[in-house]
Design a protein around this ligand. Structure first.
Ligand SMILES: C[S@@+](CC[C@H](N)C(=O)[O-])C[C@H]1O[C@@H](n2cnc3c(N)ncnc32)[C@H](O)[C@@H]1O
Length: 440
């Protein structure tokens, strides 16, 4: 064996060990144990024997790199992506899709168990096609010598992998991104001030908008418009100038900044700077699953409402809806979407914590809660349970913070009644889930 320390309790940076991965854990990592120490490494799956090199020692665990997979798992596959394993975008590209689903369902269960949340029911996980699913993407730009790189970051690093074709994206989005880079290569001074490109595509692929993330001042940002005159793959182009303020200022250069989605009989616009669910194939299923858990009529809150993806169909089903969203682009979209559909609901640009203090609780209230990855947190959970809602439908994109929040709900008398998951991010370690909570 290669290790000096295979059976010792202390590991040092640079040690090499041959070990078998005990299991896969969140963030696409394999978990190993050596002499009572836990080691995490990417690009390795449960049951695989691998040669690891220790990269860093953290509190209570070590991080390692896989130098070689010595005995691959039967679930390992040859990926059709040519950027594997260098690109950090897809941790599970080399894992068969059925095994990805199994792993994700187990990780979700374990996240709840670790948080001390009891749930004995089944967890159904809805699969997604693996290609071209992504309607939102953020690409980074970097320079290496004379070369410009546009793509995603390497696993565990800030280095950018130059990606000509990402399998998550439609052909149109790939072409739009590369077309922008090629056009801007004519003006290296502009490229030098570009940090990345955000992309948005409509569900049906008929609209495509790019937002150039730049450190150029607003006054000069229009130069990107003239440098990229002909871009047939884009219906809209804007810049986000981060020179004067931390949150940046958006300036529209060409076309419209919006893409559209038809969901639950409604047409929803979303600005390239608004949040919108990234998976085109599972969007309708997710919305139906939320609607099915909130009876028609009655009162509902939609917290972290985005462009009104849940709030508008809830309102269309005759519920009295109050929705809060902090992003100015998203709340503008939500208001425009409600007006276009002739729906009357309360849509406020507000921090959820503040809105919960102001809005009086309704009888038999239902709450849809769809926070960012950081989860709802203690303050929001406490404010919610104080309202005594009849049910909370928690849409989560991060199993560990879901576990933490469900534990707080459980401690306040809310029981997890059902849990299901949506593979909104196939081939990556990310997972969307839907938990229904009711008073115990
Ligand atoms: C996961 S997204 C969900 C959006 C929407 N429910 C959907 O599915 O399209 C979370 C949203 O919460 C918003 N947000 C983040 N922190 C917030 C806060 N403290 N108060 C209100 N909205 C917030 C973000 O801008 C984002 O639109």
């Amino acid at each position: 064996l290669h290790s000096r320390n295979q059976h010792a309790t202390t590991l040092s940076v640079g040690d090499t060990l041959e070990l078998v991965a005990e299991k896969g854990v969140y963030r696409g990592l394999g978990l190993f144990r050596a002499g009572g120490q836990v080691i995490f490494a990417p690009d390795v799956f449960a049951g695989e024997r691998a040669r690891l090199r220790i990269e860093s020692i953290e509190r209570g665990y070590a991080r390692a790199k896989v130098e070689a997979v010595l005995e691959p798992s039967a679930a390992r596959r040859a990926s059709p992506c040519r950027y594997v394993p260098q690109c950090g975008g897809c941790s599970y590209q080399e894992l068969q899709y059925a095994a990805q689903l199994e792993l994700k369902a187990r990780i979700l269960r374990e996240s709840l168990e670790r948080a001390g949340v009891r749930f004995e029911g089944d967890v159904a996980l809805r699969p997604s096609p693996e290609d071209g699913w992504r309607t939102r993407a953020g690409l980074h730009l970097a320079r290496r010598g004379e070369e410009w790189l546009l793509g995603l970051r390497e696993e565990g690093s800030h280095r950018v992998v130059d990606i000509q074709t990402c399998l998550q994206l439609s052909e149109g989005l790939n072409r739009a991104a590369r077309g922008l880079l090629e056009a801007l290569k004519g003006d290296p001074a502009l490229l030098a001030r570009l940090r990345g490109i955000e992309l948005a595509e409509s569900l049906d692929g008929s609209e495509r908008v790019a937002c150039l993330d730049t450190t150029l001042p607003v006054k000069e940002a229009a130069r990107y418009g003239s440098a990229t005159a002909e871009l047939p793959w884009l219906t809209g182009l804007g810049v986000l100038s981060q020179a004067e303020s931390r949150s940046g200022r958006f300036v529209q250069l060409r076309g419209e900044p919006y893409v559209y989605a038809s969901v639950a009989g409604l047409r929803l616009r979303s600005h390239v700077r608004s949040f919108f669910q990234a998976n085109r194939y599972l969007l309708a299923d997710l919305v139906s699953a939320v609607l099915a858990r909130v009876p028609e009529g009655g009162s509902a809150l939609d917290l972290f409402a985005g462009v009104g993806l849940f709030a508008l169909p809830l309102s269309a089903g005759g519920r009295a809806v109050c929705a809060a969203e902090i992003n100015p682009f998203a709340i503008d979209d939500a208001i425009a979407n409600a007006a276009a559909a002739g729906l009357d609901l309360r849509l406020e640009r507000a921090d959820v914590r503040e809105a919960l203090q102001r809005w009086p609780p309704a009888r038999d209230e239902r709450v849809v809660l769809d926070p960012p990855r950081t989860g709802a947190g203690r303050e929001v959970v406490a404010a919610l349970v104080a309202r005594k809602p009849a049910a909370v439908v928690y849409v989560s994109c991060d199993p560990p913070t879901l576990g933490r929040d469900l534990r707080m709900f459980a401690d306040s008398g809310y029981r997890l009644e059902s849990l299901e998951a949506f593979d909104m991010f196939p081939d990556t370690f990310h997972l969307e889930s839907l938990a229904l909570l009711r008073p115990a």
